[in-house]
Design a protein around this ligand. Sequence first.
Ligand code: ZN
Length: 150
Amino acid sequence: MKELKVSAINKGTVIDHIPAGRGLKVLEILNLSGDNTILIAMNVRSGKLGRKDIIKVEGKILNEEEVNKIALIAPSATVNIIENWEVMEKRKVEIPDEIIGIIECANPNCITHYEEVTPKFKVLSKKPLKLKCHYCERTMEEDIVLKHLL
Ligand SMILES: [Zn+2]
């Protein structure tokens, strides 16, 4: 029954185990546009987390870079790649080595706040999350601000 739910699309990507309420933020971060049909289930009962959100993207296999962006707001998420109605691959999301465009630099004088440049950070540590701005070299830890969570 569970397997049936997850694989109820012919081809695409199912993002499962998103903490309840974060589904829309995940969609925003993925920035999907175009012809893909997207199904979102919110507040689904789940043994592990209590409640969870699920996103199904029809017709698109998300690549690792896309999937890893999710790790910042839904570290517990799992990603299922579906082909021919079957789960071909199951992945855990992982914080990438470089983060582009999701986070704002904590340094108010950083060029990213004044010019049309996409913020870019090198990940110094994943747990706890520690980042270094590509432009001003400011390191951030507790002061990390996720643009999309505001
Ligand atoms: Zn900076």
